[in-house]
Design a protein around this ligand. Sequence first.
Ligand SMILES: CC(=O)N[C@H]1[C@@H](OP(=O)(O)OP(=O)(O)OC[C@H]2O[C@@H](n3ccc(=O)[nH]c3=O)[C@H](O)[C@@H]2O)O[C@H](CO)[C@@H](O)[C@@H]1O[C@H](C)C(=O)N[C@@H](C)C(=O)N[C@H](CCC(=O)O)C(=O)O
Ligand SMILES: Nc1ncnc2c1ncn2[C@@H]1O[C@H](COP(=O)(O)OP(=O)(O)OP(=O)(O)O)[C@@H](O)[C@H]1O
Length: 510
Amino acid sequence: MRLDDLLSQLPENYRPIENHGNGDITGLSLDSRKIKPGYLFAALPPSTDSGLDGCDFISQALKAGAGALLVPAGKDISDCEPQVPVITSPNPRQVIALMAAAFSAQQPENLVAITGTNGKTSVATFTRQIWEKLGHKAASLGTLGLYPPQPNAPAALTTPDSIELFTCLKGLSEQDFTHLALEASSHGLDQYRLDGLKPKAAAFTNLSQDHLDYHKDMESYLQAKLRLFENLLPEGGTAVLNADMLEFDQIRSICEKRKHKIISYGHNISDLQVVEQRPTTDGQELKLSLFGKTTHLKLTLTGSFQAGNIMASVGLALGCGASLPAIVDTLPKLSGVPGRAEKVGTSAKGGTVYVDFAHTPDAVEAIINALRPHTRKKLSIVVGCGGDRDPGKRPLMGGIADKLADRAYITDDNPRSEDPASIRAQAMSAAPNAIEVNDRRKAIFKAVSDLNDGDLLIIAGKGHESGQIIGDKVLPFDDRDVAREAIAATLQEENSGTDIKNETGVTNGT
Ligand SMILES: CC(=O)N[C@H]1[C@@H](OP(=O)(O)OP(=O)(O)OC[C@H]2O[C@@H](n3ccc(=O)[nH]c3=O)[C@H](O)[C@@H]2O)O[C@H](CO)[C@@H](O)[C@@H]1O[C@H](C)C(=O)N[C@@H](C)C(=O)N[C@H](CCC(=O)O)C(=O)O
Ligand SMILES: Nc1ncnc2c1ncn2[C@@H]1O[C@H](COP(=O)(O)OP(=O)(O)OP(=O)(O)O)[C@@H](O)[C@H]1O
């Protein structure tokens, strides 16, 4: 594609302010290591104080055959002596996303995006399942990756960078996927990774403290998420909003100004209202008011918060044109999300073990409240806080676990470059009754071995993840596998009479 043709496809007010020359563009990349001959290299400014500056890699990109450059306006790159067209923009991150959307051209026709602190993966997964059960070829994309898996699927991030994202959307369209539910993280929205997306509907699940290492304060965090509704969802698109949120009126009024159709959901009075919830052994029974009509429903999903997530998915499916009765028929058949309130097994003495992805204060509270009705006896939780991420969450998570659970074990969860003991100390500072265990495996073994008949244990933080990040290494670690081993050890202990507490080396919380 000629560079001029590519630029002419960008909205008028987003066109880069300078354009020196024209040329054939064979691809786009924001990473010099991925440049092939004829590619345009977008040299992006760092997104954080410790990030790298893409302009430092221009020479490398030119050596690899870059056929054009996109650089921040005002940046002097004469040292690199580029012999290729150079375009400049005050906002190259946004321009590269719009270029990626124009370059890839195709997106699944029915596309929805979900933002919110917690629940994005769950809502994306349930929305995909609803569509599949309605007979559509549907996919979901987010923290769990692309489902169903496809070759060249984006890796690692919840919201992939714009080039990976739009390449993926094109691939899905070529494979005849008509429906896609994707997660819009606040980082992704703030860094314009999704600009150029054409969603039919968007949902806002909730807002609570997370990612303040990046956004600095809750207002900036909210503003990043609001970009989905203010900048990306086109006029007339459907905004699915949680009526239980404190910010509901504010978000609704923004959506009204943008002339979005609004579908509200939640426990408060709303279009898709959860009126009553009753936990059952294999899920929950719901009394709903759907646009004023009372409906009773049985879900095979554990966790009261999943009822709200399901309502968000119903709103998104409605926003893409499905009929309400057809959607409601699919709901009893929906299955759980890996690593979200996932039951792993039962210990020798009869304690039940769940693994959950709760890694924010709000999610820790939600999962404890959600599973409390499923135990007759004591509820315990293993919890840790991530290193190199929002340290303000640590005492909040420790405090909530300590206050709401009968037994809280505070341990490590991806310490990254930080000293794990210091992270634990911050969580312990608000958790006077908690037991500190300096190794996640030991913590899980101890918590499982402490279970008695009727008790329930939540292992929080990793969910579906399969690694523990220590320094810059990812060591294999799956909470579900470790929990199963710990359960097996209780059975072995019962058979042989050995004391596994002594085997773990944990005696008194250290
Ligand atoms: C803090 C953050 O979000 N950083 C993202 C940001 O990086 P950055 O631009 O600031 O800095 P950088 O990656 O160090 O490099 C700068 C530029 O130089 C380029 N480069 C770098 C090295 C090289 O040899 N050549 C080269 O061209 C890079 O491609 C980049 O364009 O832009 C990059 C390109 O899009 C992202 O890959 C990177 O995500 C990093 C890996 C990351 O860990 N992000 C996390 C925090 C994130 O985005 N998480 C969210 C939320 C998850 C949740 O809800 O829990 C997510 O969506 O996953
Ligand atoms: N609606 C909700 N309200 C509060 N907590 C929730 C809600 N939905 C899920 N959670 C909690 O948050 C955890 C993560 O859920 P999920 O993966 O769906 O969210 P997410 O927004 O995709 O998270 P991430 O962005 O970190 O991937 C769950 O394991 C559960 O503990």
